[in-house]
Design a protein around this ligand. Structure first.
Ligand SMILES: [Zn+2]
Length: 422
């Protein structure tokens, strides 16, 4: 099993010059005339990770050699072009993707395929529109029959790199697609997506015959851990700081082209599953998550303060509040809590539907009508939100009962019956 620490190391190697890159990115952001920004966001990016506090343990009989560290406190800006926040996001994405793909391979018997789709290099002016078009084209591609029939779940990750020599940009997709394992035994022309077929289909939906670079392959590697590493390709940065820190022009171009764009999308069965994962308070994914290694007792605080162009280090003993915070564990909710939440949401849906039915605009004047129509719009939005949440909860009830960490019902049957699903 890959441990969390190894995983983190795999995604991004520790970079001592990161904060310097962050300072440079923050300056470019602040100095840009082409980017819309607020003074609050400029300040947040400038001060991001100015103070970092770790809880640490020392090796026996040593006060210099650190054996374990855990993040205690940090301030972040969450800007997509902040190299520090990019790293944190990449680690999070890696954990999410690893956990979800383990669920799919273990419980659903799905197997991953790696797909790369590219378009010919383009200029900075074309980048914004090209990304919009690619996002539409890929949806068209996966709506085609063979893909629909074989792909159960997929994650689409957008990456943009830059060619320094001729100042062009290279937007492309990394896709992790899950097919049922039987896909590999029934290997015949009707169900197997080959590279030439993928190329032809991608050319067709993109309406661009110049496309040559596409790829589809199984995860390589002898061990499970090796094969899992391939999944992490998707957690890499959408835009690399070595590209966007090159000049103000490049920074502005990439920033504006990626602004407001979704760069990672969870599709097919994963669109529901990712929502389950995000609201999970029941320990549903616990057995698939990369394990955190055993930690020795953390005794001290290592504080880093950014000062001019270095982190100044200070070490002191942890105080009682910090020790308490470190010892805090979040208790999972039970299957019964889940069923209760489900009924609360059903009730909310019912109430919303009642309110919608009661709205009557027949005798209303112009002003009243506008008010009522606005209310109707809000209620309808609430209704579809409720419906979406209920669909996700029903997926959990029907597929994941065994995964509840704490159970109050005697059996899955009792649980489903209580939820009115049998
Ligand atoms: Zn940041």
């Amino acid at each position: 099993m890959t441990t969390k620490a190894e995983l983190i190391k795999d995604v991004v190697s520790v970079d001592a010059t990161r904060k310097k890159d962050m300072v440079r990115a923050a300056e470019m952001y602040a100095n840009s005339d082409a980017i819309k920004k607020t003074s609050k966001r400029v300040e947040a990016m400038k001060t991001c990770r100015n103070v970092i506090k770790y809880a640490i343990a020392f090796a026996d009989n040593s006060d210099t050699s650190i054996t374990a560290k855990k993040l205690l406190q940090i301030n972040t800006c969450k800007n997509r072009f902040c190299p520090g926040c990019q790293k944190a996001k990449a680690i999070n994405d890696a954990l999410d993707i690893t956990t979800l793909s383990r669920y799919l391979t273990q419980e659903k018997k799905y197997r991953p395929l790696f797909i790369t789709l590219t378009i010919p290099n383009i200029t900075g002016d074309e980048l914004d529109n090209a990304i919009r078009k690619m996002n539409k084209d890929i949806d068209k591609l996966f709506k085609r029959k063979y893909y629909q029939e074989n792909m159960k779940a997929w994650i689409v990750k957008l990456e943009v790199t830059r060619n320094k020599e001729n100042n062009t940009y290279h937007p492309h997709f990394h896709i992790l697609a899950f097919v049922h394992k039987s896909y590999f035994y029934e290997r015949n022309a009707d169900s197997f997506i080959s590279i030439p077929m993928l190329r032809k289909d991608w050319q067709e939906v993109s309406n661009d015959e110049r496309i040559t670079q596409v790829d589809i392959r199984k995860a390589k590697g002898r061990t499970k851990a090796d094969r899992e590493k391939a999944v992490l390709e998707l957690a890499k940065y959408t835009a690399k700081s070595s590209d966007f820190l090159d000049s103000q022009e490049v920074f502005d171009t990439m920033y504006n082209a990626l602004k407001g764009k979704q760069v990672i999308r969870f599709c097919g069965e994963l669109s529901v599953l990712k929502k389950v994962y995000d609201f999970d308070k029941y320990g549903l994914f616990e057995k698939y998550a990369p394990k955190t290694e055993e930690m020795p007792e953390l005794t001290h605080r290592l504080q880093l303060d950014w000062h001019k162009d270095v982190y100044e280090k200070s070490i002191s003993e942890l105080n009682e509040d910090e020790k308490k915070e470190l010892a805090r564990t979040v208790e999972c909710e039970t299957d019964k809590d889940f069923a209760d939440t489900y009924f609360d949401d059903l009730h909310k849906l019912y109430q919303t539907e009642q309110k919608i039915e009661m709205i009557d605009t027949t005798d209303a004047n112009e002003i009243e009508k506008e008010v009522l129509e606005n209310e109707l719009k809000n209620l309808k939005r609430k209704k579809s939100e409720c419906n979406r949440k209920l669909t996700v909860m029903e997926y959990v009830a029907k597929n994941m009962y065994a995964n509840f960490k704490f159970k109050e019902f005697d059996s899955e049957y009792d649980f489903l019956k209580a939820m009115d699903l049998i």
